[in-house]
Structure formats: structure tokens, C-alpha cells
Design a protein around this ligand. Structure first.
Ligand SMILES: *Cc1c(COP(=O)(O)O)cnc(C)c1O
Length: 500
């Protein structure tokens, strides 16, 4: 930190002058962090309990200088950080960010508003409404999600919350939201594919639908939900006296980026009168590019939709955009009005109170960072970087396909590549451990067709060709080392099979 006069305190508070001074130091720290982020091991190498034990057991009786606090970020916290913003982060799905987003977060913190009601900060609500309407056009979503009709969009903390809210709204529509017992009689059934995200199972549990509340539908050879199996199962359940009411389709499953066939699933839902929710957590962002708009084909039949700008659209966690075609179903399910929240604006019916569109009461000013990101990049800039990520992943997939040691487990539709070494599960497991222990990159795994499979997802903001090239180099070298060791040890080579 730059030397200078110690800025004054204001009683126990940080004075505005001190805030200005240390605020600049924090922004400098972040800029420096991005400049050196590649020098850290991507996956934190600390042992369990190490960070906890490094922290003082007692809280401070007397306030400390900010210099000392900031210095401890480097000393105590950084070693325990897994660097999600490293361009060598290829694990899970990304949680990327960008300069304009970080600055939007900072401003939201500075304003410190609580946007539970329109009246508690009209700009917090109306900016959100406008930006979510923009995104409908940007992603080619159906116009019935727009706020100027019966639908509307709202920012949730996560796709998990969006899916829970969709499920509650759907239950409200299928039963009567005022009869709270109806949901727990064990007859309501939701449907999602065997590859759908764990958040659906969690939502079903939170909603109290019971052990049989979620039915997993079989997938095809590309891990996408089979609409025929869905239709069959709905008919069977109906015949048994159950109440099918909700289907969650996925655009880009977390395991393999599978894309459920929305047009056919939408038809099944329409005929059976079921609510269709579409979870496009990461891959929805791709639809900003006209060539990936096909991902949203069939969306006209969906009742709700969500995607996460906090995964692949350069916006800090947390930010999930959730849309409903009929907001009244959502609001009726979630609105509880105590007298102390009554106000003239709400009663006029001319405003949105987003507290009625989500589980918590309070809400942060998240639209600010999203607005900054969209204005900074423009549609053009976002398209450019999304295309680049897809190209880099596709290039990696070609290297895998051309190699004799490795094989692709599925043709990658976008920015996620699922691949494996041909030497079998134990080898791949050991390979992944070594790669992540080496610190030069971070990958995670999945299981596809009962086989241990490596995943490489390109989506961190600053990932460039050289990072993906270096990753492939490291993967090949580490595999070659492991092969040699196994030969020396005479370990079995595992099955060599042409396909996963
Ligand atoms: C990541 C992911 C989720 C969960 O996202 P959160 O915003 O962390 O709740 C849900 N669905 C899919 C398909 C995902 O990839």
C-alpha cells in the first residue's frame, strides 16, 4: 500500500477520507490480484482446518488499522482461495466476473439499499425490470416473459432458488395456494431427467412433496431427456391417481452439457397441462449469439425459465435471471403481507414488489452489476467473448479426438468437453488428482455411462488460446508420466476400448 499520512478516524468509524484512501488501496489490490492470478495454484492446496487454525481464536477487543487487515488477506486468506478467476480454471461450470461487474457490486454495497419493495428504492426495482426485459431480446426469449404483459423477470440469488420458486408457483397453479395442506398429501409429482441438476431434488424436498415427489426420466444416448419416456410416465402416474404438475427441462446439464429437446417436451407438457420450467443455468448465455439461438427453440411452450449471468456472462456471483410467463401464479404463491409492509405504491397495483417473487424478504441491488456488464460490453462484446470460449473448447475437443491416448465421451455442443484417457477409471482418477495437485490448472470429473470422465469447461473471463494449449500440454505430459510409472510398477493397463 502506498505510504502516506495515516488517515483520521471518525470516532470508531472509518472517516470518509480514510474510506477514500483505503478504498483505492482495495481497488489496487484487486487489479494487482488479476495481474498475478496465474501465478497461484488454481485449486487451493491447504489442508482441512489450516485456515481456521491460522486465525486468532479470540475476536479483537480494540479496533485494528486497515493496513493490518488488508495485509492478512495476502497472509491468511489467499492460500485458502481456489482461484475461480484464474484463466486456468476449467472446473465445474465457471463463475466468471469482470471489471464492470466488480464495480457494480462495489456501488451496490455503497448504496446499501434493500430493495424488498418498490418503495424501498424504486430504482432498484425498475432498473431490474428494464435490464431483465433487455435480456429477453438479447437471448431471443419469448416476448410473453416481458414485464409489460402478464409475465416478468426477476433476479434471484441462484438457479436453485429460481427452480424452487417455479415449482412453488406451479404447485400454486395446480392446487390452491391458500390451502397449504394440499401440497403435502404425497400425490403431486415433478419430472426431470436423470441428468438434471441436484437443485431440483432439493426444491422438491424443501417444498415438502415427499419421497415420491420427483420422478427421474430416462435420457437418450446424448444424455437428453426422452420426451416419449416423459409422456409415458405422466400417463402411468395419472392412472395411479397421482397429480403430475411440473416438468423441469435442462438446457446444458452440469454433467455433460446435454440439451433436452424443448419442442417435444413442451408439447407433452401442453397436452398434459403441466408447468414447464427450463433450467439453462450456464448454457442460456450462449443464446446471445444468433447461431446458438436454437438452444431456446420450443421456449414458447415454457412457463418459466432461468439462466445465470453469474456463470458465463461476466457478472459476479450471485445473479440468476428468472422469468415467468404468468407472474400472478408466482406472486400468489409467495406473497404474505404483514401490516408493517403496507404502502400506497404497493396498493396502487402500479409497481412490482420483488419480495413477492422470491423466498427471502430482503434483496440486494444486483441489477446494478448486470446493467454495468451489459452497457460495458454491449451485445457485440458479449457475443465476441462467448464465441471465443466456444471456439477454444471446440479446438480442445479436436485435439482430444485426434489423440491416440484420449477420447471424447460426447460431441461437445458448446464450451464443455467431456473426455477420458483410454486406460480406464483408476487411471483417469489418478490423472485428475495429479493435475489438480500440480496447481497449473483445475479440472473436475463426472460419471458418464458408468465411466469416470474428465470435464474441461472454458468460461473464465480471461481464458485465451495459450491457456487451453497449456492445459492440453499439461494433461498429455502428466498422463505420459503416469503411463511410464504404471509400466514400471507393472500395474494392469486397464481396458482399451474404442468408445466411452
Ligand atoms: C450450476 C447449475 C445449477 C445451480 O446453480 P446455482 O445458481 O448455484 O443454484 C442449476 N442447474 C444447472 C443446470 C446448473 O449447471
Amino acid at each position: 500500500m502506498s505510504a502516506g499520512r495515516i488517515p483520521p478516524q471518525d470516532g470508531f468509524h472509518m472517516s470518509p477520507e480514510a474510506f477514500r484512501y483505503y478504498g483505492r488501496a482495495v481497488v489496487d489490490w484487486i487489479a494487482d490480484y488479476y495481474a498475478r492470478v496465474e501465478s497461484y495454484p488454481v485449486l487451493s492446496q491447504v489442508a482441512p482446518g489450516e485456515v481456521y487454525r491460522s486465525l486468532p481464536p479470540e475476536p479483537p477487543e480494540h479496533g485494528e488499522g486497515f493496513e493490518a487487515i488488508l495485509a492478512d488477506i495476502d497472509r491468511l486468506i489467499l492460500p485458502g482461495i481456489t482461484h475461480w478467476q484464474s484463466p486456468n480454471f476449467f472446473a465445474f461450470f465457471p463463475a466468471n466476473t469482470s471489471g464492470p461487474s466488480i464495480l457494480g457490486e462495489l456501488l451496490a454495497g455503497g448504496l446499501g439499499v434493500q430493495g424488498m419493495l418498490w418503495a424501498t428504492s424504486p430504482a432498484c426495482t425498475e432498473l431490474e425490470t428494464r435490464v431483465l426485459d433487455w435480456l429477453i431480446e438479447m437471448l431471443g426469449l419469448p416476448l410473453r416473459f416481458r414485464s409489460d404483459g402478464p409475465g416478468g423477470g426477476v433476479i434471484q440469488d441462484s438457479a436453485s432458488s429460481a427452480t424452487l420458486c417455479a415449482l412453488l408457483a406451479a404447485r400454486g397453479r395446480a392446487t390452491d395456494p391458500r390451502c397449504s395442506d394440499q401440497g403435502s398429501d404425497g400425490r403431486l409429482v415433478c419430472y426431470a431427467s436423470t441428468e438434471a441438476h441436484s437443485s431440483i431434488e432439493k426444491a422438491v424436498r424443501i417444498a415438502g412433496l415427499g419421497r415420491h415427489g420427483l420422478c427421474r426420466i430416462a435420457v437418450d444416448e446424448r444424455f437428453a431427456m426422452r420426451p416419449d419416456a416423459l409422456a409415458e410416465r405422466i400417463a402411468q402416474d395419472r392412472a395411479q391417481g397421482l397429480l403430475p404438475f411440473f416438468v423441469c427441462a435442462t438446457i446444458g446439464t452440469t454433467s455433460s452439457n446435454a440439451i433436452d429437446p424443448l419442442p417435444a417436451i413442451g408439447e407433452v407438457c401442453r397436452e398434459a397441462g403441466l408447468w414447464l420450467h427450463v433450467d439453462a443455468a450456464m448454457s442460456g448465455t450462449a443464446a446471445i449469439c444468433p447461431e446458438y439461438r436454437y438452444l431456446h427453440a420450443g421456449m414458447a411452450l415454457a412457463h418459466s425459465y432461468c439462466f445465470n449471468p453469474h456463470k458465463w456472462m461476466f457478472t459476479n456471483f450471485d445473479c440468476d435471471c428468472f422469468y415467468v410467463a404468468d407472474r400472478s401464479a408466482l406472486i400468489e404463491s409467495l406473497s404474505v403481507l404483514p401490516d408493517y409492509l403496507r404502502n400506497r405504491a404497493s396498493e396502487s397495483g402500479a409497481v412490482f414488489d420483488y419480495r413477492d417473487w422470491q423466498v427471502p424478504l430482503g434483496r440486494r441491488f444486483r441489477a446494478l452489476k448486470l446493467w454495468f456488464v451489459i452497457r460495458h460490453y454491449g451485445i457485440e462484446g458479449l457475443r465476441h467473448h462467448i464465441r471465443r470460449h466456444v471456439e477454444l473448447a471446440q479446438e480442445f475437443a479436436r485435439w482430444v479426438a485426434d489423440s491416440t491416448r484420449f477420447e471424447l465421451c460426447i460431441t461437445p455442443p458448446l464450451n464443455l468437453v467431456c473426455f477420458r484417457h483410454r486406460a480406464g477409471d483408476a487411471f483417469n482418477r489418478e490423472l485428475l488428482d495429479r493435475l489438480n495437485g500440480g496447481g497449473r490448472l483445475y479440472l473436475t470429473h463426472t460419471i458418464l455411462r458408468n465411466r469416470y470422465t474428465l470435464r474441461l469447461c472454458v468460461g473464465q473471463t480471461y481464458t485465451e488460446s495459450r491457456h487451453v494449449q497449456a492445459a492440453w500440454q499439461t494433461i498429455q505430459e502428466t498422463a505420459a508420466q503416469l503411463e511410464r510409472q504404471r509400466m514400471i510398477l507393472g500395474a494392469p493397463r486397464g481396458n482399451r476400448t474404442p468408445n466411452c
